[in-house]
Design a protein around this ligand. Sequence first.
Ligand code: CA
Length: 428
Amino acid sequence: MRRLAFVLGSVFLAMTQANAELIINGQRVTVTSTTPTNQIFSPQNNFQQCIANLRTQAISSGVSGSTYDRYTQNLTPDYSVIEKLNYQPEFSTPIWDYLSGLVDEERVQLGRQKLAQHRDVLNRVAATYGVPAETVVAVWGVESNFGDIAGSYPLLQALGTLSCEGRRQSYFRGEFFTTMRILQRGDLTEQQMKGSWAGAFGHTQFMPSTYEELAVDFDGDGRRDLVSSTTDALASTANFLKKRGWQTGMPWGFEVRIPEGMSISDEGRRNKKSLSSWLSRGVVRADGSPLIQGNLSESSSAGLMAPAGVNGPVFLVFKNFDAIYSYNAAESYALAIAHLSDRLQGQGGFSNAWPTDDAGTSRAERREIQQFLLNKGYDIGTADGLIGDKTRQAIRQEQQRLGLSPTGRAGQQILRAFRNENAQKMMK
Ligand code: CA
């Protein structure tokens, strides 16, 4: 597992269907808490003393004494990261909101530009690692919005603080020491090592330990640089997927139709069965083309995944889906990347609609909703398309005023209501 999923435990469960924004900010919990978190943290330990105590452990992990002293000498804690760690989201986002923010027209267009711009590198990456350009670019787009949003927490400070306070200190200590080993080797400078509050950083949002294990120098300058070298970043993403089991020439999966009344209660990503058995149960591709085609055979095995139940889109997913899943242990996350890669290859949206009468919005539409709210005088910051607690609260108030169900969601329903209201205003 690459990131913090297991660290966050129950928080993450709620977050597996959480906001798109959380992920592109580099770390899931940042967005819901641009406002202060729900508890103010006060430190239990003396920071300087704790850092001094960790020196021996750092040295036994391969950090030299002088490296440790150099990078901890003036280190101060930032307890806001503990508040992020402790943050309990009050809101669980439906998968259609999650996907519509991550895979929207804006990201598809930008992704196509990036594909063209980095065509040569991506071809070499595909030839070396066997992962298609579109999949690599989709990961890049979801992780950091193509390098745009990579986080601004100084890693040593964030990880040093997490090493001395809060849950999972031993995990964060490992990441703290790894950060120093990366610096010690000269791959990156301290200035470059900025990322999410939990330590994911660079174009690919790798944790330091993932960086150490899987980053590659693909531009040949002798340094593995996933912060300022797109070439290294794209190749490292492909290397990650390959090392996590990507099978060249195979699909991640595809949308299917299942017979009415078919029980799916025992099915899931992990419960893989042969395509011949799915075929015999009457499962067909949603686009009507044959279930078995390309490099697939009757014995290829796939799991049936229905993120919103039988009334929403249903998928057969293969090992390559698991490889994407290992990037960030959440099925909705893996589906976003898989779907974006399909869109980059020219495919359209899902055949089946999500089971909701209030579909999700793109980031452009979210900005529009926020602009309406700003015009109405709500103090929600800027119209940045990131739906945080303040925006949700304002939406809830507006939904109440308009006689809609107060979900706090920035969905199509509230957008339509605002647009109608505005049109009526213009008529007067
Ligand atoms: Ca390099």
